[in-house]
Design a protein around this ligand. Structure first.
Ligand SMILES: Cc1cc2nc3c(=O)[nH]c(=O)nc-3n(C[C@H](O)[C@H](O)[C@H](O)COP(=O)(O)OP(=O)(O)OC[C@H]3O[C@@H](n4cnc5c(N)ncnc54)[C@H](O)[C@@H]3O)c2cc1C
Ligand code: SF4
Length: 407
């Protein structure tokens, strides 16, 4: 079987890497670096140093190779939102957590409670780099206070998967591709499975987009930024970059909608699981919708949607509620699906886009158990349009075909 490095090279050639970082714990001679496009990719930093059975585990765990949908026994399956044991609208009871966090602070409140109650001894997640807050880095936290400091979404590359330990007394809060890879690792006898928390994810923007946005808003160079948050401190809150003598900021529509969101990497555009199916608990924005059914981003008190995806996750949500840490209200799956048009639209037509990509000569990861073909075939005309659009974009990205070259 090919080594981890050889398989990583294949994933990179297909542009199928999500930047999760899990390969760096299978081969310690790899580390994550920003590439020219501003996305994190594994790069050789030393001689090959593979764990035993690493190549076999990589094949199962790397989200650039394959992703398998989870259908735990006894759960309810929603074709677009995945499997769940419980679904609620939720928010942190502590007003400081609720205000500071991305939506309702449900994840930060649960993290703080897991650590304070010693249900877990440490948690890996993402936070602003202390020395260079314009960058986002993976961190290990051990207290409620550190959980609060890491609250909020960071729309930039970060490889939390590179901090995985395989210790069931640990927890991880990370993007769906990262928690999927971590769960697949433990299936590969890497160790136990940490408690896995995740969130709905529309994709990872380029690091360059953050720096460009600050410049466009009239801010200074990246090295002069002393604090930076993408949202939160309100719901959805404002992108804010602080520097000596001032700050620049932009609302959610301008920052995510126009500057950051359009720069997400290719692997995110063909992601089968933006909803955290492999997590024990997944959170999302519980947006209000307007009369046409589109989500609205008017400032208000934050509310998360919360999905318990495993029995372990259900026990944690109910215990955190019982402990007075989070507030829960029933949430109708149809309402959540309506508030998440990007997630539902991406999954609905993903099979068609994958066909288009393959026809354009691009290798794509293997996805199993998501029912993608059935979803696309339910609306054949729109699926055909998605196929053609992807085929055209893939061909444009390849440039004009030379004579004799096959697609
Ligand atoms: C790139 C990205 C895309 C998203 N796309 C969607 C979407 O399509 N739909 C939707 O409803 N919600 C999306 N979210 C999630 C949403 O912004 C909230 O995180 C979610 O509503 C949970 O809110 P909360 O208040 O409970 O989380 P919080 O209490 O604020 O906790 C968030 C946790 O996520 C961690 N985190 C933040 N950024 C990252 C990152 N880049 N990588 C790994 N961990 C991170 C933080 O460290 C913190 O632990 C996205 C978030 C990110 C980072
Ligand atoms: S998707 Fe993750 S595991 Fe696969 S090559 Fe990229 S960083 Fe490594």
């Amino acid at each position: 079987m090919s080594t981890v490095r050889e398989q990583v090279a294949r994933v990179l050639r297909a542009d199928a890497c999500s930047g999760c970082g899990v390969c760096t714990i299978l081969d310690a001679g790899l580390s994550m670096r920003l590439d020219d496009s501003g996305h994190l990719r594994p790069a050789v930093s030393g001689p090959a140093d593979e764990r035993s059975r690493a190549a076999r585990i990589f094949k199962r765990a790397c989200p650039g190779r394959q992703v398998v949908a989870k259908r735990p026994r006894g759960s309810t399956r929603h074709p677009l939102l995945g499997s769940y044991f419980g679904m609620w609208e939720a928010w942190a009871v502590d007003p400081e957590v609720r205000h500071r966090a991305s939506s309702g602070g449900a994840l930060t409140a649960i993290q703080g409670w897991l650590l304070a109650s010693e249900a877990v001894t440490q948690l890996s997640t993402a936070a602003a780099d202390r020395d260079r807050p314009v960058r986002t880095v993976p961190v290990r936290i051990v207290s409620k206070e550190e959980a609060l400091a890491a609250a909020g979404s960071r729309y930039a590359p970060v490889a939390v998967g590179s901090l995985t330990t395989g210790d069931p007394a640990h927890a991880v809060t990370a993007k769906p591709c990262e928690v999927g890879a971590i769960r697949a690792l433990s299936g590969g006898r890497f160790g136990g499975t940490p408690v896995l928390l995740s969130f709905f994810c529309a994709g990872t923007p380029s690091q360059h987009a953050t720096e460009r946005l600050i410049r466009d808003l009239g801010g200074p160079g990246p090295e002069e930024i002393t604090d930076l948050w993408y949202r939160g401190r309100g719901w959805p809150g404002r992108f804010t970059a602080v520097f000596d003598g001032g700050e620049v900021s932009a609302d959610y529509d301008e920052s995510w909608g126009r500057a950051l969101g359009p720069t997400t990497q290719w692997r995110c555009k063909i992601c089968p699981d933006g909803v955290g199916e492999s997590a024990d608990i997944a959170a999302a924005d519980s947006w209000e919708s307007d009369e046409r059914g589109y989500p609205t981003f008017d400032e208000r008190e934050g509310r998360s949607a919360l999905l318990a995806r495993t029995e372990r996750g259900l026990a944690i949500v109910l215990a955190a509620h019982e402990a007075g840490v989070i507030e829960l209200r029933p949430l109708d799956p149809a309402r959540l699906a309506q508030a998440q048009p990007l997630q539902t639209g991406r999954r609905q037509y993903l099979a068609a886009r994958l066909w288009g990509a393959r026809l354009g000569g691009r290798a794509v990861p293997r996805y199993r158990g998501f029912g993608l073909t059935r979803l696309s075939l339910a609306h054949p005309r729109l699926a055909l349009r998605a196929l053609r659009g992807t085929l055209r974009r893939v061909r444009e990205a390849r440039g004009p075909r030379r004579r004799g070259e096959t697609p």
